[in-house]
Design a binder for this molecule. Structure first.
Ligand code: RB5
Length: 148
């Protein structure tokens, strides 16, 4: 699986942990930055990661900021992207099984690296269940279409 990854300065250290874990799992990781601790703006990285997932250049996206909130809000502005911010493995699994979220967001200031790694595994190991959940995801897509 090809995974695009991004963070701002507030998520830099957790991003490094998650990149190493993804590579250990055998995934191809594209780290779109940031690459330094200098203060920067999370929407740039959320957009870069989400657009790659949208365009099929990546199968999944992982984003980290201080709380994961800014990243998730920004990524969800990209048409067709469903990004979920999670802090427990059950929600991470549900993000795949029920919501077909292809982008997962984490907060480095709210979550330790061990739990974040458990969340990442739970999300990657799960599969979208389709059925009634597909109908609900289609309902989300309808909101996007109708707003224009
Ligand atoms: C940066 O200070 C912080 O606002 C950002 O990392 C993130 O938490 C925003 O949601």
């Amino acid at each position: 699986m090809k995974v695009s990854v991004g963070s701002d300065h507030g998520g830099l250290d957790l991003k490094a942990v998650l990149v190493a874990h993804l590579e250990q799992r055998g995934h191809e990781v594209v780290d779109l930055g940031t690459h330094t601790p200098s203060s920067c703006d999370y929407p740039e990285f959320a957009r870069a990661v989400a657009e790659r997932v949208r365009d099929g250049e990546a199968d999944r996206g992982v984003l980290v900021c201080g709380t994961g909130i800014g990243m998730s809000i920004a990524a969800n502005k990209v048409r067709g992207i469903r990004a979920a911010v999670v802090s427990d493995p059950f929600s991470a699994r549900m993000a795949s099984e029920h919501n077909d979220a292809r982008v997962l967001c984490f907060g480095q200031r709210t979550l330790g690296p061990s739990v974040a790694t458990l969340c990442l595994d739970a999300w990657l190991d799960a599969t979208f269940e389709g059925g009634r959940h597909a109908r609900r995801v289609d309902g989300i897509t309808a909101i996007e279409v109708e707003r224009d």
